[in-house]
Ligand binder design. Structure first.
Ligand SMILES: [Zn+2]
Length: 290
């Protein structure tokens, strides 16, 4: 059975580790994440982006993760990643998601706050946890297959403001807050520099678990510092997709029979994805927590 994000993220906050949250798009990705979480005794936080929920995806993916969760002993949360509107969030909750993210980060502060408040009321009445975003994490952007980010933009203007964050979490009572502290979505061309000072300020004035988006490709020493200063959930997409694509490409280049069984085609992709997932779990310290 799926659980919401509350207990696992509060545990992460208390014990000062971060849960890597993985965007999954299909069965192979789901299986790699769940198996490694079980092996490493880490809470499992799976996320899905809107693009994979089109058509029957909205029913099939939650049904798949929901039933899969029964075969694992670690807690499994299914979180809707980056939803920009209430309709999508309602559909996801009806389909079995146990947690949602409302992303109003490009809206003016008051509008973001009002929308988030409405969604928290709806979700909490159904025991669904809510993550919101304040400040704006630069995009490569999610859903664009050619996505890359230059890393050249000055993120200073979009960093989360601590005074706004305090008001925002007190009013909305969100369960987690995604903050902009210097990362970007997508694949970095230049190594990012996280604003640890800002992270600490945000943690001090909100008392709400903080979430870091754009975790892929960010150096571990910086992420560890962010975790020590209040980051409790780190979103990972690109690193697992890179493992999947790299594994497939390498394997397909060696295959001559066009009718090769997918079980063999996915072999390397599967092990590379598991390796990537394990590396995040260990680096963020979410292993041996169950
Ligand atoms: Zn994100």
């Amino acid at each position: 059975m799926l659980v919401n994000m509350k207990e696992m993220i509060e545990q992460a906050k208390k014990e000062k580790f971060a849960i890597p949250a993985f965007d999954i798009c299909n069965y192979e990705m789901m299986r790699a994440v769940l198996e490694v979480c079980e092996e490493e005794k880490s809470p499992a936080l799976l996320m899905v982006l809107e693009g994979d929920l089109r058509g029957k995806g909205m029913q099939l993916i939650p049904a798949m993760v929901n039933s899969a969760s029964n075969f694992f002993s670690v807690p499994v949360c299914l979180h809707l990643d980056h939803a920009g509107n209430f309709d999508l969030i309602k559909q996801a909750i009806d389909s079995g998601f146990s947690s949602v993210m409302y992303d109003g980060s490009t809206l003016p502060f008051d509008k973001n706050l009002a929308n988030t408040l409405e969604i928290v009321d709806y979700a909490h009445a159904r025991s669904i946890t809510v993550e919101a975003e304040l400040g704006h994490v630069g995009d490569a952007m999610v859903g664009n297959e050619n996505a890359t980010t230059t890393g050249d933009d000055d993120p200073e203007d979009t960093l989360t403001d601590p005074t706004e964050a305090k008001i925002f979490v007190e009013k909305t009572k969100v369960d987690a807050l995604a903050v902009a502290i210097g990362t970007s979505h997508g694949v970095y061309k230049k190594t990012p520099t996280l604003r640890i000072d800002r992270t600490k300020q945000l943690a001090d004035c909100t008392n709400t678990p903080l979430v870091l988006h754009g975790g892929s490709g960010t150096p571990y020493d910086q992420l560890k510092e962010a975790i020590a200063n209040g980051v409790c959930k780190i979103n990972i997409f690109s690193d697992v997709v890179t493992a999947l694509n790299g594994g497939l490409k390498g394997k397909l280049n060696t295959i001559t029979n066009p009718a090769t069984w997918p079980m063999f085609v996915f072999e390397d992709a599967r092990s590379l994805m598991k390796e990537a997932v394990r590396a995040k779990i260990r680096a963020f310290g979410s292993n041996n927590r169950i």
